[in-house]
Design a protein around this ligand. Structure first.
Ligand SMILES: [Zn+2]
Length: 73
């Protein structure tokens, strides 16, 4: 099994929190987003019991697929 919550055994539903940073430039009342990084995975929780899971211990193929779906790195 590639991905499983150690607490409740859930293998299907996970809550992935991402973090994205923006450089915002303000000139008077004009606002520009000068730079936008791709989001990175900040935290992964089990969607059933909300236990924190170690994303780096997910199966590599699954991890890559999740990052791809989220447009993250
Ligand atoms: Zn769980």
């Amino acid at each position: 099994m590639s991905v499983a919550c150690p607490s409740c055994g859930n293998t299907r539903s996970f809550l992935v929190k991402t973090l994205q940073m923006h450089v915002v430039q303000v000139e008077g009342t004009r606002v520009d987003v000068a730079e936008e990084n791709r989001p990175s995975v900040f935290e992964v929780l089990c969607d059933e019991c909300e236990s924190a899971l170690a994303f780096d211990q997910f199966d590599e193929e699954i991890r890559r697929e999740i990052l791809l779906m989220l447009g993250a790195r």
